[in-house]
Design a protein around this ligand. Structure first.
Ligand SMILES: NC(=O)c1ccc[n+]([C@@H]2O[C@H](COP(=O)([O-])OP(=O)(O)OC[C@H]3O[C@@H](n4cnc5c(N)ncnc54)[C@H](O)[C@@H]3O)[C@@H](O)[C@H]2O)c1
Length: 322
């Protein structure tokens, strides 16, 4: 197969590239390196099946040419990470919506339309309790908070994708990714697991935002990319929205304790109110519990990574870098 990964030098995209190269596929990556890094893909730059284009999707002259050649597109390029979303509201909403629009506009006119997998986010569910399944109503939080630009941009992407599927027959799959963790993830933009591990290894205070009773489930990126590939391999997924993640639920307090014990850290655990961290633009999400019923029906997948194993692996990697 020929595969295009937008944002392929980022965290999830680089693992997808690795998976498809291992399968013998030809992989094209476009990334402007605004969030990702060439370091993430450096191992394959000399591989003849790997083609890297450092470019902004919005003015990449090769886009139409490559879209007309590939069988599958994973559209991951986006602005994300709460620090970045809050600091760059216009950029977030513009980039996230325009990149998707620009891909859909080209594919709708192609005779051979590649399968387009659009990365959405669990953020579209807003602050809702209980199991989050794909058919429930979404919550649009107040637009007076900059935070909401990110989920709104993702909701727009979902609607655009599905509209192009119904009206022009563009084969799309919407994947709602829940928190993903693993090697190559940066804590720069606020991601909690790499941030905790770095703090613990340095014996600095582990900083929990709010009271730590909020719940999250974390999926290892190596499971995530296997799942994305399996979802895409199954034709029944076309035209559907599918949650992608792992349902091993933890509170952020439990996460901090786990990181502390795995790293044998002397760090104290301290609490910072959201308002101090994000200066008011953030919407606190109390629970985030993924329903994986549809995902497992479409993929029949056995997870390979538990949270404790991923944290141990990441801590080992960071430790070697220090
Ligand atoms: N990581 C998670 O936990 C998570 C959770 C939910 C959804 N997602 C979604 O999954 C996708 C991938 O996330 P990630 O964690 O790998 O993020 P990432 O920041 O590591 O990857 C995104 C990549 O897109 C690139 N990019 C951004 N705008 C671009 C543009 N205009 N042209 C070309 N490249 C551009 C960035 O340089 C970056 O490498 C995103 O769409 C994100 O919204 C991720």
């Amino acid at each position: 197969m020929k595969i295009l990964i937008t944002g392929g030098a980022g965290f999830i995209g680089s693992h997808l590239a690795e998976l498809h190269l291992a399968q013998g596929d030809e992989v094209y990556v476009v990334d402007n390196l605004s969030g990702g890094s060439q370091d993430n893909i450096k191992h394959w730059l000399t591989n003849e099946n790997f083609h890297f284009f450092k470019a902004n999707l919005l003015n990449w002259p090769e886009l139409e040419n490559i879209l007309s050649q590939v069988d599958r597109v994973y559209h991951l390029a986006a602005i994300l990470g709460m620090f970045r979303v809050l600091a760059d509201p216009v950029f977030t909403i513009e980039e996230n919506i325009k990149t998707t629009e620009c891909i859909l506009d080209i594919i709708k006119n192609l005779a051979h339309k590649p399968l387009l997998i659009i990365a959405s986010s669990s953020e579209v569910y807003g602050d809702q309790a209980g199991l989050l399944d794909e058919d429930m109503p979404l919550i649009v939080e107040s637009t007076s908070k900059n935070h909401s630009n990110y989920p709104i941009s993702k909701i727009c992407n979902e609607s655009m994708g599905l509209a192009f599927y119904h009206e022009y027959g563009v084969p799309i799959i919407i994947v709602r990714l829940f928190n993903t963790i693993g090697p190559r993830q940066t804590g720069r933009y606020g991601m909690v697991v790499p941030r905790f591990i770095k703090q613990a290894l340095a014996n600095e205070p582990i900083t929990i935002f709010a009271d730590g009773t909020q719940t999250r489930s974390f999926c290892d990126v190596r499971d995530t990319v296997n799942l994305l590939n399996l979802v895409a391999n199954n034709n029944a997924s076309i035209g559907h929205i599918i949650n992608v993640g792992n349902n091993e639920l933890v509170t952020i307090n439990q996460l901090a304790s786990l990181v502390k014990s795995i790293t044998k850290s002397k760090s104290e655990i301290i609490y910072i109110p959201y308002a101090e961290v994000y200066h008011g633009g953030y919407i606190g999400i109390k629970e985030r519990q993924i329903d994986v019923t549809k995902l497992l029906t479409y993929t029949n997948y056995q997870y390979q990574w538990r949270l404790v194993d991923t944290i141990t692996y990441m801590a080992q990697q960071y430790h070697e870098k220090i």
